[in-house]
Write a protein that binds this ligand. Structure first.
Ligand SMILES: NC(=O)c1ccc[n+]([C@@H]2O[C@H](COP(=O)([O-])OP(=O)(O)OC[C@H]3O[C@@H](n4cnc5c(N)ncnc54)[C@H](OP(=O)(O)O)[C@@H]3O)[C@@H](O)[C@H]2O)c1
Length: 290
């Protein structure tokens, strides 16, 4: 049997100290409904995170707005409980959202608030710098120069190593690059919705990582009635694995971060690293988008 290891997906290098296996994990499922409040079973949340490094996952995507704070707290606890105290885990953190209730997300880019979020996230995670820090959303009420300016300043201070932006078009990215070194972009992207193909191509050309959010379309690509069922049978794989294998083949800069609160699903997703799609099947899947 092929080994279950995220390393089988290959690696992506941000810098010499920051090399990740291309199949990561996202913490957004580890909260209450509407990504608000605590996850009902705290130990289960911590256990899922602790399982990740055992499967070779060394990139975990999170945000202080998940809960808010609950997902980051579980992550901080899980890191402290790992045999190596989580030193092998690279974290991508996101700042720039207010949360006033379930399902409510308000972009907020006041530079003073962004700085506070970075500082409090570092305390929660037990780290002295952010390896990858995303501006979660562009707050159109605040000049982009100020939002990215404070992150660039924190990079110069050594608090942030790499800066990313989330939900940015190619034109937005070009604007962002005037104010900060942009090393990553995190946009909605999956086999059923790849309208941001141009952003993926731009990222690949400009050596930026592309972290696709909703890689499983919130589970619709993974469940029993997935449109990927037929092709999954051909590869003796699950539908989730096909969705992730498509992302891995699409560009070497893509780092999928599927979210789950379930250890079995985590293992299922990691096994996608062993699924190598043929060029023909990749093309057929690419045409699924409506
Ligand atoms: N930058 C942004 O604005 C942004 C926005 C959204 C998300 N994100 C990031 O992207 C990550 C991924 O997005 P997401 O978690 O919302 O959605 P997703 O990864 O597309 O799908 C997660 C859903 O799929 C289910 N699932 C996962 N693996 C499965 C499997 N093998 N078989 C069957 N069902 C499975 C999960 O349920 P179970 O818990 O039952 O497994 C959950 O309901 C987030 O965790 C977060 O880190 C970023």
């Amino acid at each position: 049997m092929t080994e279950l290891n995220a390393a089988n997906a290959g690696t992506y290098k941000f810098d010499d100290d920051f090399v990740v296996n291309r199949l990561g994990y996202g913490t957004m499922q580890l909260t209450g409904p509407g990504v608000f409040g605590p996850f009902p079973d705290k130990q289960k949340a911590i256990d899922v995170i602790k399982e990740a490094p055992k499967l070779g996952i060394n990139l975990i995507d999170t945000a202080d707005s998940y809960g808010p704070w609950f997902a980051d707290r579980y992550l901080g606890e899980a890191l402290r409980e790992m045999p190596d105290k989580g030193h092998s885990i690279h974290i991508s953190e996101k700042v720039g959202q207010l949360r006033h209730g379930p399902g409510i997300w308000i972009p907020f880019g006041d530079p003073k608030y962004l700085r506070q979020e970075v500082e409090s996230s570092l305390l929660t995670l037990g780290r002295d710098h952010e390896e990858l820090l995303f501006l979660h959303r562009w707050d159109t009420n605040v000049p982009l120069s100020e939002q990215l300016g404070v992150l660039q300043k924190m990079k110069e201070e050594g608090k942030i190593k790499h800066i990313g932006v989330s939900q940015f078009s190619v034109d937005d990215l070009k604007a962002a690059q005037k104010y900060a070194d942009i090393d990553a972009v995190e946009n909605l992207y999956n086999v059923g919705n790849h309208k941001d193909d141009d952003v993926v191509d731009y990222a690949e050309k400009h050596h930026m990582a592309f972290l696709p959010w909703f890689p499983l379309d919130t589970g619709k690509l993974a469940g029993a009635n997935s449109p990927l069922d037929k092709i999954a049978k051909k590869y003796n794989a699950s539908s989730a694995q096909i969705a992730l294998a498509w992302l891995l083949k699409r560009s070497p800069n893509i780092l999928p971060i599927p979210g789950t609160s379930n250890v079995d699903h985590l293992k299922d997703n990691v096994a996608a690293a062993n699924v190598k799609l043929s060029d023909d099947d990749f093309k057929t899947l690419s045409n699924l988008q409506k």
